[in-house]
Design a protein around this ligand. Structure first.
Ligand SMILES: Cc1cc2nc3c(=O)[nH]c(=O)nc-3n(C[C@H](O)[C@H](O)[C@H](O)COP(=O)(O)O)c2cc1C
Length: 196
């Protein structure tokens, strides 16, 4: 029989330990959901995700966060709402400052926005750094909300003007709040992140 050297013994011990952990079901993948929101849609989506993702999940509103230690997370979900074609400043900064660390994680990206279909997908592609977008395991646009009761005059004006141009009659009155968050796309995204 082949003689074992000290390296093969170490490898055997590591493999036995991994097998023991797997048998006990102790492989826990920690997830961070880092998001930014203005009126709450991205927060709402982040909370739904946190309730349905497997393992330990930490929620972090980037507006209130200082430096975030990413070392304990295997998966990082980054979410933002979109205003005038841009993600929130805090999310942009987080992606830029942590890019090298983030590219070593399993990434999920989502946006909350009122564009749909191709327009929303294209918007999403433009707002995140290419490396993150290309390597993300799950990426989805969840839809959005118009909370007219929270908007200022200028925002209402922009929304009404853009909606009129797009032929979205439902949004034009600027009074009745609208929500088109997609439960189905949130579920699909959750599934993709849980399947990793
Ligand atoms: C002033 C303004 C500008 C917006 N610009 C865009 C846009 O460029 N693209 C888009 O898809 N949605 C746009 N929206 C819709 C928001 O993304 C949507 O309301 C979203 O749900 C807001 O999420 P939050 O509450 O998390 O900030 C805009 C909304 C407002 C009020």
């Amino acid at each position: 029989m082949k003689k074992l050297n000290k390296y093969s013994i170490i490898i055997i011990i590591i493999n036995l330990k991994s097998a023991e952990i797997m048998l006990k079901g102790e492989v826990i993948l920690n997830t961070l959901i880092a998001y930014a929101t203005k009126y709450g849609s991205a927060k709402k989506c982040s909370e739904i995700l946190s309730q349905n993702l497997a393992g330990d999940v930490d929620l972090c509103n980037l507006k209130n966060a200082k430096d975030i230690d990413l070392s304990k997370y295997d998966k990082v979900i980054i979410g933002s709402s979109v205003y005038i074609g841009q993600i929130r400043k805090e999310v942009k900064e987080f992606c830029t400052n942590k890019l090298s660390e983030l590219t070593n994680k399993k990434i999920g990206l989502f946006i909350c926005c009122m564009h749909e279909g191709e327009e929303a997908i294209e918007q999403m592609q433009n707002v995140f750094p290419k490396e993150l977008f290309d390597s993300a395991i799950a990426k989805e646009h969840f839809g959005g909300e118009f909370s007219f009761d929270k908007m200022n005059f200028i925002e209402k004006f922009i929304v009404k003007t853009v909606s009129k141009k797009d032929g979205k009659k439902e949004a034009v009155d600027g009074k009745k709040s609208i929500s088109n968050l997609s439960e189905e796309r949130i579920k699909k995204f959750t599934q993709a992140m849980n399947d990793i």
